[in-house]
Design a protein around this ligand. Structure first.
Ligand code: ADP
Length: 482
């Protein structure tokens, strides 16, 4: 029944009762006026009329009270049921249904509500299923990666981790998923190192490879740290979403690299003996007692000597490089005066300097300089190489400066300055890489000297730097603890 009908019936009944009451009162009044009120003949009619008036009156009051109580609640009840149901839906309880049957308007509302709730439930189930399948798909992709990978949110909680990463970290997924990485790092050395490098100030790409013992073998991994950002919408700045740590398995490359190092080392070593024999034979050939060479023969002999010496230099550079790469660099430090190193370098380069008529100037404050505790052979080699470069990359008839000075903070700086063609600032970093040569360099060389020099100096906890300007010349400075 609808509300209008309810109201109509209620009010109709009430009006009918009131009319009945009025009719009875009129009847009563007529009886009273038609008869003597005190006469015994009027008494039964009067009493009956009064009884009916009382009964009808009580029924009227009853109906009135019932309507007063029932009518608002019969309107309110479905509204309350509807409000409650809407609240449930808003709280994602899509299973909520209404069952209002005794109210025509609300039974329609309830049917529509139930239909909407069913649609929402279906939609929710399908999007949830889609999301779950997308999540599973992502997990499958991440797990199928052969390289270990770990994902973290901004609060450093572990969001995902693949089986490979779990394997090398020796952890269980359920123990660490959604846990703070810092807490787990307290009991896991490898994760501690990764997190430290991730949040550390040092440039991340410079980190040493990780040596990990997993699956009964030694493996090497290069860690890559990525910050995940989401592009900002409507011109807003990109938002940082978290981090991803990827570990690239470089064991294979390491093994190949080590095979290459061994190969170069063996070859260089094997080449040294025949090259030295060639030089010896050349010395004998040049000996006038054996017989004088004609000018062409002398030229040829000189050219063979020069090239053989170059080859010997290259083999010694390659041997030095393999020593560093194989981690076999052994330093034999002893107390050394910087001038001894400078003298050695000048002696080793004298012939070359004379050949191009290059003046070697020495800057050395004898009384104001301390001593070094270094492997003098290695540091002398570096200084010789720097001076050789300065001469080779200078114009004929120019000058180079070699010198040393002590700094306020207790270091000794050994430097070589030339006034040659200089080095483009773009290459100031790369010239210290293995085999790198500035594009367009015509002077012959291997591109190894500076990289080995830096390795030797760094093995002494020192630094080797360059200052250079195109067309003005270069200064290479080696800084070592006094
Ligand atoms: P190499 O001299 O055998 O090529 P190095 O490692 O000693 O190898 O030097 C790397 C490169 O740096 C050189 O090829 C050259 O281009 C550049 N370079 C080094 N020293 C100087 C210098 N004093 N002046 C100009 N260029 C230089």
């Amino acid at each position: 029944m609808n509300i209008k009908a309810k109201l109509t019936i209620g009010i109709g009944v009430l009006v009918a009762m009131i009319i009945l009451l009025v009719a009875l009162s009129v009847v009563n009044l007529q009886i009273l006026t038609a008869t003597e009120p005190d006469s015994p003949a009027a008494a039964p009619g009067l009493n009956r009329a009064l009884l009916w008036i009382a009964i009808v009156g009580i029924i009227c009051i009853g109906i009135g009270i019932t309507m007063l109580i029932r009518l608002p609640s019969s309107i309110n009840k479905p509204i309350k049921e509807l409000t409650d149901a809407i609240t449930e839906i808003a709280n994602h309880n899509y299973e909520k249904r209404l069952n209002i049957k005794d109210n025509q308007e609300f039974s329609v509302v309830s049917e529509n509500f139930n239909r909407m709730a069913q649609r929402l439930a279906d939609y929710h189930a399908s999007t949830l299923a889609q999301m779950m399948s997308a999540k599973k798909y992502m997990e499958t992709i991440i797990n199928s990666l052969s390289d270990p990978i770990i994902g973290l949110n901004n609060e450093m909680k572990i969001l995902f981790i693949n089986d490979e990463a779990l394997n090398i970290l020796n952890l269980k997924r359920e123990e660490i998923l959604n846990q703070a990485a810092q807490d787990i790092a307290l009991r896991n050395d490898l994760l501690r190192r990764l997190i430290r490098e991730l949040v550390g100030e040092h440039p991340r790409e410079k980190q040493e490879p990780l040596k990990i013992y997993a699956d009964n073998k030694e493996s090497y991994f290069q860690a890559k740290y990525m910050t995940i950002t989401q592009p900002g919408k409507n011109g807003k700045a990109p938002e940082k979403k978290g981090y991803v740590i990827m570990l690239k398995n470089i064991t294979e490359f390491k093994e190949l690299d080590s095979a290459k190092t061994t190969f170069i080392s063996t070859i260089s070593h094997e080449l040294k003996t025949p090259l030295s024999a060639i030089l010896m034979s050349l010395q004998l050939l040049e000996d006038k007692r054996i017989g004088a060479l004609n000018p062409e023969q002398e030229d040829l002999s000189n050219s063979i000597k020069e090239n053989t010496e170059r080859l010997l230099n290259i083999t010694s550079e390659l041997l030095n490089m393999t020593q560093v790469e194989a981690g076999k660099l052994q330093l034999k430090p002893k107390i050394t005066k910087p001038i001894e190193l400078i003298d050695y370098a000048i002696k080793a380069n004298r012939v070359q300097a004379e050949k191009f008529n290059i003046q070697i100037e020495v800057e050395y404050p004898e009384d104001k300089i301390g001593k070094l505790f270094v492997d003098s052979e290695k540091i002398a080699w570096v200084l010789t190489n720097l001076l050789s470069n300065a001469i080779r990359y200078s114009a004929e008839n120019s000058r180079v400066i070699i010198g040393a000075c002590q700094t306020q903070d207790g270091y000794i700086e050994l430097y070589v300055q030339d006034f040659g063609k200089g080095i483009d600032p773009r290459y100031h970093k790369s010239i210290f890489d293995h085999y790198f040569r500035v594009p367009g360099t015509k002077t012959q060389g291997s591109g190894l000297g500076l990289s080995i020099s830096r390795d030797f100096v760094e093995a002494h906890s020192g630094t080797l730097t360059v200052q250079s300007e195109l067309g003005k010349g270069s200064t290479f400075t080696m800084r070592l603890k006094a």
